[in-house]
Design a protein around this ligand. Sequence first.
Ligand code: TYM
Length: 335
Amino acid sequence: MSRQRILSGVQPTGNLHLGNYFGAIRNWVEIQSQFENYFCVVDLHAITVPHNPATLAQDSYSIAALYLACGIDLQYANIFIQSHVSAHAELTWLLNCITPLNWLTDMIQYKEKAQKQGENVGVGLLDYPVLMAADILLYQADKVPVGEDQKQHIELTRDIVDRFNHLFGKGEKVLKSPEPLIRKEGARVMSLTDGTKKMSKSDPSELSRINLLDSPEEITKKIKKCKTDPQRGLVFDDPERPECNNLLTMYMLLSGKSKQEVADECADMGWGQFKPLLTETTINALKPIQEKYQAVMDDRGYLESVLRDGREKAEALAVSTLNEVKKAMGYSLPI
Ligand code: TYM
């Protein structure tokens, strides 16, 4: 039996932080050997908010290098850049024409980002989830490993699949309905400056997040300044202490210890003892990723060859799905 397929991606907007790592990439690494995997750098999504043309290409390479540095294994996975496979943009157009406008205006992330941007919100921001649906559906992915904040977009993808198959499938499932894979721990890493807000690349404060490429000095400073509470004794799951829960969860994930082990270890600790422990654990956990990242970035030829191979495999599959979709919709195919 052939393996089930996975597709996921990260936007090349700014540095990757611990939320991206624990919500997405670490999970990709852990399960990759059981699946056929497609991991893309979603650079078309990156321009749905104002972007810097001078850094876009380099940022995309940097994210691809981070995938490798975090442990994505080319034996199981293809890594590619979304804009290198033009079928993504083309399928988006076809799906746009069967997606009701109110499905998109209802999306939580759209509402939040649109509010942040104020006036002149681009059509691309509204259309973001349809492009994401196209990413997933081109590869007929069975599973999509993401953080909690992307669940609604995958539900929308499933609605688009149902609508497409109903309208054009003639009883056949032309498109496959994907399932989200969201792990409980790390699905929603919170900001260091406010434990009720998600850690996010777009937070104006650098102190709110730890990036995978932060230096030991930056990590030390951010943890020293992070928000805590006046209580002694650290516990998980107290709704009155969101920062405490978040920092303990980060420690658990970075140290590889179980929840019970961390609960026992930290039950009597104060912040003065915990913060240096978290700092050291974070620095040690990120060091091997940072070293591998540097090695990959120093070998541009290798990175380019990875992306070329990834694109070739991705494109073959994407074009075949795109042709099935076009046939179902009644298009003639190029001769
Ligand atoms: P992006 O780049 O915003 O986020 C990449 C991944 O990181 C997860 N994530 C988090 N997880 C836990 N805690 C956080 N604080 C946190 N912040 C971000 C996101 O859930 C995501 O898994 N729309 C996608 C990119 C995308 C995509 C796709 C994903 C485009 N096409 C197709 C899967 C399949 C996004 O949010 O990117």
